[in-house]
Ligand binder design. Structure first.
Ligand code: AMP
Length: 402
């Protein structure tokens, strides 16, 4: 570790806090861990440091403050060697609204702006704010930077981000499409340029981030020009337990004819739909593939709908890009499921896409490479590195601010 500068990254979710320490130059990870099930009786802090796993139970009342407090103690001892290498802290913030098109050094104005975006991400932004406040107290000597999931998509043109609602909803309430997974899509654009050995401003990429949450992004010359998530992460692709695109009239019907309350709709659309809802089995792609192999009809239908919707979106994104230099699969499903990649590209043969079946079967478990046949349009699998993007941005912004 000698001579290395490390960035500590905090990612505060609605009931979890993930952290890692990364070398922004190489992407090497020296520590990672998370506190799960915060505010419940099973709350626990777990980590991996120097290839050794550790854990510490938390109390039901423990919040982001207590978790960061517990980390500060560990950084004093036994992680003091790591502590000496920390040069900055990066915070993942889900929603930056229209206020942030780039990462930002944390100060009182930035904190107020993040607070102003809370109504756009009521579960996530308040959690990020609590994490930032606790981290400012715990590490007062380190520069701290906010890295927004939405910032990469601020380059969307108005005809892509506006909903066809009366314009005043945008003007008065900022209701528009924002997109998420920005750090992941940005990395995929940059890494594609390296793999294609071309300058990023000369290439067009379709990035398919397929994890438990899933989104597609059309990247033109390194800039996001369309993306499938909207005001919230619900829009777009079929996801683990989120429905993705729906007829908005269906929501009216659920309210009027079936008496659904707003809270019940939130639960239905975010937590009980998608792969889980269709299969009536699981939100987990791997589990569904195993069940499909044993003849489970629901699992097979759920995966088929997932791939069909994805293929339609990929076809649609040829519109803003006109020429596509690479189609990239990433995220837990995109990186590991040869079946999803085969089924999806099977729908896209009219665009010339053809898989090299052997490469497709081989690439998984953090591997990277081309999976298309020689002489056909490029399809890559690229493991995403969101934390590395956050670490690099943190250093870029922190050194500019100092
Ligand atoms: P993420 O949210 O990016 O961690 O991705 C989680 C998703 O990746 C889950 O649906 C997992 O089932 C899926 N996944 C991980 N490994 C595999 C695999 N070997 N085959 C199929 N799906 C996988």
């Amino acid at each position: 570790m000698s001579g290395q500068n490390l960035v500590l990254i905090f990612n505060c979710g609605s009931s979890s806090l993930k952290f890692s320490a990364i070398d922004p130059a190489s992407g090497e990870e020296h520590l990672n861990g998370q506190a799960d099930a915060l505010n419940t009786s099973s709350a626990v802090l777990k980590w991996l440091y120097c290839n050794k796993e550790g854990k510490q139970p938390l109390s039901p009342g423990d919040d982001y403050d207590s978790v960061i407090g517990a980390l500060v103690e560990r950084f004093a001892d036994p992680w003091s060697e790591l502590r000496n290498h920390l040069v900055a802290i990066g915070h993942r913030v889900v929603h930056g609204g229209e206020l942030f098109a780039d990462s930002a050094p944390i100060d009182t104005n930035v904190l107020s702006a993040i607070r102003a975006c809370c109504e756009l991400a009521p579960l996530h932004n308040p959690a990020a704010l609590q994490g930032i406040q606790a981290s400012l107290v715990a590490f007062p000597e380190l520069p701290q930077v906010a890295v927004f999931d939405t910032a990469f998509h601020q380059s969307l043109p108005d005809y892509a981000y506006l909903y066809a609602l009366p314009f005043r909803f945008y003007r008065d309430h900022h209701l528009r499409r924002y997109g998420m997974h920005g750090s992941s899509h940005r990395y995929i654009g940059e890494r594609s340029a390296e793999l294609l050995k071309k300058p990023i401003n000369n290439i067009n990429v379709i990035s398919a981030h397929l994890g438990n949450g899933a989104s597609l992004c059309a990247i033109k010359g390194g800039q996001s020009v369309d993306t499938s998530m909207g005001l919230t992460p619900l829009e777009g692709l079929v996801m683990g337990s989120r429905c993705g695109d729906l007829d908005p009239g269906l929501l009216l019907h659920l309210g009027e004819a079936l008496d659904y309350s707003l809270a019940e709709l939130e639960q239905l659309l975010n937590r009980n739909s998608g792969l889980l809802g269709i299969s009536e089995l699981s939100n987990d792609c791997r589990e569904l593939e195993e069940a499909m192999a044993k003849g489970h009809a629901g699992a097979s239908l759920a995966l088929k709908i997932f791939c069909y919707r994805l293929a339609k979106y990929i076809a649609a994104y040829t519109v803003p890009l006109t020429r596509v230099d690479s189609l990239v699969f990433t995220g837990g499903i995109g990186e590991n499921s040869a079946w999803v990649r085969r089924e999806t590209t099977g729908w896209l043969s009219q665009f010339g896409y053809q898989l090299d079946e052997e490469c497709n079967e081989k690439i998984r478990f953090d591997a990277e490479g081309r999976i298309s046949k020689v002489g056909t349009p490029d399809i890559f699998v690229i493991p995403t590195r969101e934390e590395w993007v956050i670490a690099r941005d943190t250093i870029r912004i922190a050194s500019r601010a100092s």
